[in-house]
Design a protein around this ligand. Structure first.
Ligand SMILES: Cc1ncc(COP(=O)(O)O)c(C=O)c1O
Length: 440
């Protein structure tokens, strides 16, 4: 057993016991597949600012930040205060409420093209509704997505998520369910357009993340997203941006403003809920109005998109409002987290180069990810065929020996709670890990 694994196990005895109990109640011991890593995940007792503290009392600087949702860090004061206050006036009304209108109006102000929206409880629902709306609007059936693109666990979009991106994503998902979903190679415009051309008459929409997040923090090449958008506009298909990671992270106006895109519909999640569960499908008024159950009756039936028991619940609304209001009145958040992100990307690339560890560091703004054994990364295939074992070793070693947490195998994100000392600490730890030789 490697030293860092032994060290991890020595420091996490209580987590080990809890994990053993956990496997008796949850398949695999977890409630989200990506949260398992070897030898077993540590269990968190509390989180504040940039720190996570586990049940054994170890404290880690966190770069996972709640699936990248916590742009202000864990339990930031404005959000915690808003939640405490809201909890006293009710946690779930199950009715329409004022704060939901306020949050929607704020999103409308901040996000170009958010004419109208619907709140749901998860991002997976929001993307499912977005593509359903596209089918309703166009009367066509086929949805195109990127190979490796992640839009959540809904059945429609659980296609070509995992390497080798060819088969159904496991038992329970039958091939027929994928017959109206086509996949295109991210960052290869020519090949993507070729695929779209073959399905153009039945193409309802292209749904795409502006930066592939779950597939490995891959930025779009110049003109790629614009080329897809142009094809969609000409073809009468909808162009849908999945901004569940990038919305309010790459800028307060989303990736659409950075890459100068004009999606017909787009989805938000994560940061929009200030750390509480949310999904949002937004966009063009005419398209969103297809879901209007009040005016669309009889033959003009509404497109059935939902929301659910917990949609627009007042706690999420309060946390979302506190977060977005803070971001709006503190534009310095973005300059800070982007500066930290840039320092990390540059610093890591330099250390890996000097240590002769082949590794491409991808990312933009406040997000970043190393890919061992690679000098270039353009798509999900490049990431999937990189040296994943080295990445897992790197992340576990950071945890076991340097009190730094990344969810193994996943990209990292800076929050407003991080600062330059964290960058220095991460780079110094990386240098030591390179010297130990475990990454070669
Ligand atoms: C781009 C993207 N879309 C959709 C989702 C699904 O969101 P949720 O996990 O809230 O269902 C995620 C989750 O990570 C995501 O990264």
């Amino acid at each position: 057993m490697a030293d860092f694994v032994r060290s991890y196990m020595q420091r996490t005895a209580k987590s080990k016991k809890l994990y053993s109990r956990s496997t008796k109640v949850f398949p695999g011991g977890i409630s989200h597949n990506i949260r398992y890593y070897e030898p077993y995940p540590f269990f968190v007792e509390s989180a504040k600012g940039k720190k996570l503290t586990d049940v054994d009392g170890n404290s880690y600087t966190d770069y996972w930040m709640g699936h990248w949702a916590l742009i202000l860090g864990h339990s930031p004061k404005p959000v915690a205060d808003a939640l405490l206050s809201q909890a006293k006036s009710g946690t779930l009304y199950g009715t329409v409420n004022g704060p939901s209108v306020e949050l929607a109006e704020l999103i409308q102000k901040l996000m170009p093209r958010a004419d109208m929206m619907r709140f749901s409880t998860t991002g997976s629902e929001a993307t499912m509704y977005a593509v359903r709306l596209a089918r309703a609007k166009t009367g066509r059936r086929v949805i195109a997505k990127a190979i490796g693109g992640w839009h959540g666990f809904n059945t429609t979009l659980m296609q070509t998520v995992n390497y080798p991106f060819e088969f159904e994503e496991g038992p329970g998902l039958v091939q027929d369910e994928g017959q109206y979903v086509e996949s295109i190679p991210f960052n290869n415009l020519e090949a993507s357009l070729k695929v779209l051309e073959t399905i153009r008459d039945d193409l309802a929409c292209v749904i795409i993340e502006p930066v592939l997040g779950g597939a490995g923090c891959i930025t779009p090449s110049d003109g790629y997203l614009q080329g897809l958008q142009e094809f969609c506009k000409k073809n009468g298909s909808l162009f849908i941006l999945d901004e569940i990671v990038t919305g309010f992270r790459l800028s307060i106006h989303g990736a659409a403003s950075i890459y100068k895109l004009e999606p017909d519909l787009f989805t938000l999640g994560k940061i929009a809920g200030g750390g509480l569960p949310i999904g949002v499908v937004c966009g063009d008024k005419e398209i969103m109005s297809l879901a209007d159950p009040v005016s669309r009756t009889g033959k003009e039936a509404r497109c059935a998109i939902g929301g659910g028991t917990f949609s627009a619940n007042p706690l999420t609304m309060a946390a979302g409002l506190a977060t977005l209001n803070f971001l709006r009145s503190n534009p310095g958040v973005y300059s800070k987290i982007n500066r930290l992100g840039e320092s990390v990307r540059r610093g890591l690339a330099k250390i890996f180069a000097e240590s002769q560890v082949p590794c491409e560091v991808t990312g933009t703004g406040s997000i970043f990810m190393p890919h061992f054994g690679r000098n270039e990364v353009h798509d999900a295939n490049d990431v999937a065929t990189s040296n994943k074992a080295a990445l897992n070793k790197y992340h576990l070693s950071l945890m076991a020996e340097h009190e730094i947490f990344f969810l193994p195998g996943k990209m990292g994100a800076m929050s407003y709670a991080h600062d330059e000392t964290d960058v220095k600490k991460l780079l110094a730890a990386t240098e030591k890990i390179c010297q130990s030789g475990i990454l070669k």
